[in-house]
Design a protein around this ligand. Structure first.
Ligand code: CMP
Length: 138
């Protein structure tokens, strides 16, 4: 079990001025921020990050959405980080997300779902390495 997960606060949540409230929920849930950047994904970065979904019908629109404005990328640390963060954010589709979860509160739709969270320890490491060098982690 690894103790890190990777998250992005997505363009919908940034546009809606929800960076602060989402970070507060992350802190309140006991996660420590190990790395963070406010940035915009290039088309190539978004395509590569979501390559696993490239055969899905929503891939093109997902890439378009993820490059539509700035995001906040972060590495979060906590015991059981991946699983606990997925509980905190709720189901991919906000209509199915539990009350009080970040997606239930802040997401606009299944695509514009406010935050990303790694789905496994292995992917958390891959995704963290995709966005952050060693010198950007504290
Ligand atoms: P995320 O957890 O970042 O992982 C893949 C993303 O694809 C997901 O959040 C959503 O933003 C998007 N997504 C997943 N399923 C669908 C869908 N059925 N329609 C549109 N977008 C989707």
């Amino acid at each position: 079990m690894s103790n890190i997960t990777f998250t992005m606060i997505k363009p919908d949540a940034v546009k809606n001025n929800n960076i602060g409230p989402i970070l507060a929920k992350i802190n309140d849930a006991g996660f420590t921020i190990r790395a963070m950047k406010y940035t915009e994904l290039s088309e190539a970065q978004a395509m590569a990050f979501y390559e696993v979904h490239k055969e899905r019908p929503f891939y093109g629109e997902l890439v378009e959405f993820m490059t539509s404005g700035p995001i906040v990328a972060a590495i979060l640390e906590k015991e059981n980080a991946v699983e606990d963060f997925r509980k905190l954010i709720g189901a991919t589709n906000p209509t199915e997300a539990a009350e009080g979860t970040i997606r239930k509160i802040f997401a606009e739709s299944i695509q514009n779902n406010a935050v990303h969270g790694s789905d496994s320890d292995e992917n958390a490491i891959i995704e963290a390495d995709f966005h952050f060098s060693k010198t950007e982690r504290f």
